[in-house]
Design a protein around this ligand. Structure first.
Ligand SMILES: [Zn+2]
Length: 264
């Protein structure tokens, strides 16, 4: 039982150190167990590793287009957040925009603000407005600190997981059952991580659309883009769509968000 006590004590320490963040634009409360500097360091490390394996695009015109949209959106976002007196979402982020030589239909953003487009996605993101849809969505994941939140959730689940398995291992009846229920309820309620990542996707869509609006892009391009992706060549779209499932619900949620969006 001492071992269980030790684990619970560790969990308690971790939980009292919990920092609760608030997502810019949506006001959603989130669990952030890692500091911005830890996240940025991890992020830059894996970014450097990843880029060693990629070749930058030799298409100068497309590279310029991607960088232009990114630079314009970042400038608009930064001045908006400054004017509203809360730049905490930008803490530690150093934006960078790259176009990688690859037919993959893909794009991603590291939590430290390194945004990478693959040439293949420009088949769909073929106007500045559509580039802004992908750019805004990726920027949103970074400013909403989705990487930190996801890692925090996973840490909590692994702590609860070890508490539950220790308790079950020792067969302590009611105590074990309670611990397991807690672990199961928090960790496995229809898979906390799955709904959360869909939640993150929807939140990134919404915040991304707001950033587009602030930067002067046509927000209606956002639902159009996802419809275009849905109707696209399935094998083409496999990379981006596997992490960004596009369906009628996603498009409808975006249209709804556009109707009720604040004026910036
Ligand atoms: Zn996403």
């Amino acid at each position: 039982m001492n071992r269980i006590k030790a684990i619970i004590a560790t969990a308690a320490v971790a939980l009292t150190a919990v920092s609760c963040g608030v997502v810019s634009f949506t006001g959603r409360n989130q669990l952030l167990l890692f500091s911005d500097s830890e996240i940025m360091a991890l992020s830059d490390q894996s970014y450097a590793q990843l880029m060693k394996e990629e070749t930058l695009s030799s298409d100068a015109a497309s590279t310029r287009k991607v960088k232009e949209v990114g630079t314009k959106m970042v400038a608009a976002l930064e001045s908006y957040l400054k004017a509203n007196g809360d730049t905490s979402a930008l803490k530690g982020i150093k934006w960078e925009f790259q176009l990688v030589k690859s037919d993959q239909v893909n794009a991603f953003c590291m939590p430290s603000g390194k945004i990478v487009f693959y040439e293949g996605i420009l088949k769909y993101a073929d106007t500045p407005d559509y580039i802004a849809v992908v750019m805004g969505h990726e920027m949103a994941h970074a400013i909403a600190k989705h990487g930190n939140e996801r890692m925090s959730q996973q840490s909590i689940m692994s702590i609860l997981g070890s508490v539950a398995s220790e308790a079950i291992g020792e067969r302590k009846g009611d105590a074990a059952q309670t611990l397991f229920d807690v672990g199961f309820g928090i960790g496995a309620k229809a898979g906390v991580l799955l709904p959360y990542s869909r939640k993150h996707e929807y939140e990134a869509d919404k915040i991304g659309m707001y950033i587009m609006d602030i930067a002067g892009y046509n927000v209606n391009a956002a639902p159009e883009f996802w419809e275009k992706m849905q109707g696209g060549n399935k094998s083409d779209a496999s990379d981006f769509l596997s992490t960004h499932p596009s369906d009628a619900k996603r498009v409808a949620a975006l249209r709804e968000a556009i109707k009720s969006k604040p004026s910036f």
